[in-house]
Design a protein around this ligand. Sequence first.
Ligand code: SF4
Ligand code: SF4
Ligand code: FES
Length: 755
Amino acid sequence: MTTLPKEVTLSIDGLPVTVPEGTLLVEAAKAVQTDIPVYCYHPKLGPAGLCRICLVEIEKTPKLQIACNTVVAEGMVVRTQGPKVEDGRRAVLEFLLLNHPLDCPICDKGGECDLQDYSIAYGQGMSRLAERKELKPKAIDLGPTIVLDDERCIVCQRCSRFDEIVTNERSLVVKDRGQRDVIATATGAPYRSNFSGNVTELCPVGALTSKTYRFRSRPWDLQRTRTTCQQCSVGCALNVDERHGNVLRTMSVPSDDAVSEGWLCDRGRYNVGFYADERRITSPLGRFGDEWVQLSWDDAIELWATRLEEALASAGSASIGVLGGGRLLNEEILLVRHVMRALGIANVDWRTGRQRQASPGARGGTYDDLENAQAIVTLGRPPSQSAPVMDLRIRKAVLRNGARLISIGAHPASSFVPATHLARLSDLAGTLAEVERIAFVWDGIDAALGAEAEAALAKLAAEGKHVSVFVPGETPNARGAEALGLLPAGGALDTRAQLEAARGGTLRILSIFGANPVLHHPAGAAFVREALKRVPFVVATDLFLTETGRLAHLVLPAKAAFEKDGHSFDLTGAVHAVNAAHGAPPDALSDGEVMIALAAHLGIDLPSPRELADWATASPATIANGLGDAALCGSLAPARDGAAGLRLAIAAHPFAGGGTVYFDDRLGELRPRPGLLLSPATAQAAGIGEADLVDLAAGGRVLHDLVATLDGNALEGVVTIVDGLPEAPANDFGEGETVTLGNVRSSRALAGSVV
Ligand code: SF4
Ligand code: SF4
Ligand code: FES
């Protein structure tokens, strides 16, 4: 039986407040809509007691007290306003502003700065300082994403505490003391973190700013729209700020407790430069021989519809394939499914990369289940690579709740919290004997391993343990594509079978929706290219001319995530609204609008808007019961043997890929270089040093000039490369494949992080 926390009643500014015992005064005041000013305090970082701006008067206490670190007590009488409080805050502000440059007119934070706001509310308007102000460094390049203006820093330490408490990366520190203190990295190396942008939001002044946003706008000129991030499957809520039709920044939604807890990863935050990139496709393009010709939408849709009708009449629906969907919204997925079914086309598959499954099966969990697990087991690629904000939950579970983190296979679970590694799934049961709540995180890639894991978890569940499963995948809405039926039902062709049919000359039309199998499908780039070249008519919807789009005969300009309305699932199956925040290029259409146009040409009736909305917002379980026939089928790409040597692990990376990141020039420094990562012992045995150039080979396939990075966290005998890099496509190689390293050359100048 759970016992309810005791409650305490006190008075704040004459109003009675009842809150749970142990509540901090600063939080209790929110219950009566009183905001006590804070700088160093943040609800998710807790109190630090550094700045003293939160002074309040408490009856029977002679001195002012800080509200951020004072716990409520029964009968307490608190005043958050009044002459005594205002005098105290004025003195604090005078101290904080002593050396501050007061450069609000040229400061990016101007208009949304707590120092500016509280100075106006409580400050004294002029300085009594007669001496020269202490000058501190300005515009310090802190790393690839952040600039520090140290003169503006009030040393609240929110940034360094975030880096310690939330990420456990511990690279930011306060260096030196007194008026010479400065925010810096402990080692002097650039500040690199997948979560670096959060410190710009936490900084209550204009000391930390994002390189991508500095000097771009004033906050009052921005138009804000709340939507859901579509860069991965976590489903973080975010605010999109645009000005004069340009997306300038994204900001977290502090109240998004169920998913992101108010944090964003840097991919979700910074990958917005592609919206205005001039390489975006802005009109339908037809390829005739080697020549690309701009087409009107009417001509493009008519061409597609005519080819579909011809193929249906001459070779039947089995000669037509459909790929993609994991990047589409639920409504778009439903429309693709509806139109293709109306034409009798069953060769449909969203799985255009390595991922085979998006559903966690019957044991799907919530993010709270993950946070409250006593043991978290990762199988395959860890969430730090593919679902960054979910990884913050895992770090929280380990750091604050004492959860055990265990990885199985070739990928370590984490570089930032303690973890143990097991070579085989069969080692798992013994290590979980004492544990009641287990979270299992699988990358959805190796179907056979997934089935083996499912059997092991079923056994644990039968022993009465609470098991929750999570499958963070490769594409943001893989869960939607799978639940809503973009799968080959009843013996139809999956992706690989479609590619084989293409190579065999029996596929007449292939329609690809927002996918790039040339770069991502594990059959390998050469295999997929050869397949696409043999299909008489390939249609691709996309933002850019990708490796796949260049082989299509018709390329249709698609709307990007911030340019359309609809819904998507996160990896737990929760549905989120996606709201258009930005005007698309005039001739771009969403994949759903493209389907509506195609249906009109082909005389296909569409579901009513109500029907569409009902299915798009239903839970995956309801959909499974209603839509029914979306059974999983298809097989893994066959494993390929190589010469005896090292085992290959293929990692994801938040900034890899041939799509939106590749076409966002501002993110160049964050993109991983083609490289490989291995443990110091493995490297030594292979005669490889840090930053050496190495060729990686298996069965006649070679990746040249990979830069070696040595990492103490890497597993012995394993060499890791990054998936989805157009400069070094890894989809010619298989996870777990045996590879050899050779042609080692020294190249210190190219040293750097790889994964
Ligand atoms: S840089 Fe900003 S967040 Fe960090 S200590 Fe200074 S004022 Fe606080
Ligand atoms: S974790 Fe995923 S959903 Fe969240 S901000 Fe990052 S990319 Fe977007
Ligand atoms: S907010 Fe209370 S001491 Fe800083």
